[in-house]
Structure formats: C-alpha cells, structure tokens
Design a protein around this ligand. Structure first.
Ligand SMILES: CC(=O)N[C@H](C=O)[C@@H](O)[C@H](O)[C@H](O)CO
Ligand SMILES: CC(=O)C(=O)O
Length: 289
C-alpha cells in the first residue's frame, strides 16, 4: 500500500442522506480517470465526523461495492466512542477493506498514555492493519518521535497518515522505521515530503489532481526534480483556489462543473456563494490544460 491515495468526498442529498449514484460516479472517476493507487474512505474529507454509525457503515459498503478489488481501500474508523470504532473496524474488515485508519482521539486533551491505550484496544479488538491518523492542527495531539515509535510498535500498526508539516520529524521517523508506511497528508507539500522519505500521500485534493500527484511522484522516483517541482507549483495553484473557499466545498463544485453528481455538503457545512463558485471554477482552466 503506497503511492497516491484519494481521501474520498461524499456526495449528499440535501437532507443529509448519501447520494449513492453520485458516490459511485466519484469512486469511478478516482479509479478510472485519476488512476489513483487507493481510496481513503471516511476521513475528514468524507465529512464522516458528521455521520452517525449507520451512515458510516453504509458509506464503507457502498464504496467497496463500487470499487471491488481494483484498488486498496482504507476505512477511517476513528471515533471518540471506542466501541463504535471497534464495530466499524470489524465491519470494514469483513467487507474486505485492506486496512483501517483512526484519527487520534480528540477534543479532550488526552495524555499520550491515554491515546496509546486507545490504539492498543482498537488494534487488539479489530486485529487488522492499522494506519495511525495524526492531524495535530485539527486534534491538538502532538507526538514526539518516541511517541510515534511506541504506537508503531503495536503489531497491527503498519504506518502513519502524517498530516503535519514537520518534515524533519517525518524524515527521522522513516529512517528509524524503514519498514513502516508513511503517508504525507499536506497535499501542498507532497514534493518535499516525497523527497524526505514519504511512501505516498493521502489527500483530499487528489479527487481532482490525483493524476498530477502521480506524475510528481513518478518524477521523483526518476530523480527528475525539476519536473516534480513544476508539477507541485501547478498543483498548488489548484489547492490555493480550494483553500480560499473550503477544500471539500470547492472539490464538489468543480466535480459538478465536470458533470459529476458531487451532491451537497452535510449540515452545518454551507454551500458556496455564486462569487465563490466563480472563483473556484478557475481550477477548470488549470486541470484541463
Ligand atoms: C484536514 C484535511 O482534510 N487534510 C487533508 C489530508 O490530510 C489534505 O488533503 C488537505 O485538505 C489539503 O492538503 C489542503 O490543505
Ligand atoms: C485527507 C484527510 O485528511 C481526510 O480525509 O481525513
């Protein structure tokens, strides 16, 4: 499991239920057109923290049904409610997901020992490959290199989705744990992360620029750093437009312009204004060149 993995968006109907037809279209687009190396389902990008347990199960089942065996699938099951996370993990395993991932428990400022106990329980009770999801900007949980080492020592922990900007830490982690998988989580920094030892990346923007990300990655493997840097600059023009309006909202609007049924946001996320839509449509001029 490596390379470029899309953190999938979820198309909703206006009433907050999943738009199944739209979801299928987005899954197909990622697999057939972007040709990404895998899908990360139920992350922030899927708006999964706004879903109840039943809806998360439905999302995992629908994506598996459409994707089949074509690409590796990762189910993000992290929830403050550990029993729910365990149930979701076992369900995803049963469905045939290749790995699980869980955001660090958030909101309360849990100690590292508490966070470690959470992963110990989750990995023991699901007994399936686990990718730690670290996103300090969203959760407040900051890990040292030694903390990561303790989590990576659990038998089922195969790697980290590292949504952090500390490159030196990532480079050190990869050096200390060469057999573990490190995914870069900041799409705007794919180039520096890939040259610093990341095995791949999991990100929201690959719904739209997965092809470019793969091109960047291949250029690095071929030691063509000039091409890789140029592709990153082009990607960052797209990412800047997305960040201006809200990444997930922006991705959905661009998909709609391309004729895909990307649906609505889940409440309380709002839809874009006409002016925001016009701005984000500038992306079409970049990705369709
Ligand atoms: C919190 C979040 O959604 N992070 C994503 C993945 O880790 C990224 O793909 C960002 O959306 C992207 O890098 C834009 O900043
Ligand atoms: C990519 C990402 O951060 C997510 O969907 O969780």
């Amino acid at each position: 499991m490596k390379g470029i993995i899309t953190a999938l968006i979820t198309p909703f109907h206006e009433d907050g239920t999943i738009n199944e037809k739209g979801l299928k279209e987005i899954v197909r687009y990622n697999i057939d057109t972007m040709k990404v190396n895998g899908l990360y389902v139920g992350g922030s990008t899927s708006e999964s923290f706004l879903m109840d347990e039943k809806q998360k199960q439905q999302l995992f089942a629908l994506v598996k049904k459409e994707a089949g065996e074509t690409v590796p699938l990762i189910a993000q099951i992290g929830s403050l409610h550990v029993e729910e996370a365990v149930r979701l993990g076992n369900e995803a395993k049963q469905l045939g997901y290749d790995a699980l991932s869980a955001i660090t428990p958030y909101y309360y400022k849990f100690s590292f020992q508490e966070i470690k106990a959470y992963y110990q329980r989750l990995t023991e009770e699901t007994n399936h490959p686990m990718i730690i999801y670290s996103n300090p900007a969203f959760t407040g949980a900051q890990f040292s290199v030694d903390d990561y080492g303790e989590l990576l020592a659990f038998p089922n922990v195969i790697g980290v989705k590292y949504t952090d900007t500390d490159l030196a830490k990532l480079a050190k982690l990869k050096q200390m744990h060469p057999d573990k998988i490190f995914f870069s989580g900041a799409d705007e920094m794919l180039f520096p992360f890939a040259v610093s030892g990341a095995d791949g990346a999991i990100g929201s923007t690959y719904n739209l620029i997965g092809k470019e990300a793969i091109q960047l990655y291949e250029a690095i493997q071929a030691s063509d750093l000039k091409t890789a840097r140029d592709v990153q600059s082009q990607m960052n023009q797209v990412i800047d437009y997305l960040l201006d309006v809200g990444v997930y909202q922006g991705i959905k609007h661009v998909f709609k312009q391309k004729g895909l049924d990307a649906g609505f946001m889940k409440f309380p996320f709002r839809e874009l204004t006409e002016e925001e839509k016009k701005n984000v449509e500038k992306i079409l001029g970049i990705i369709e060149k």
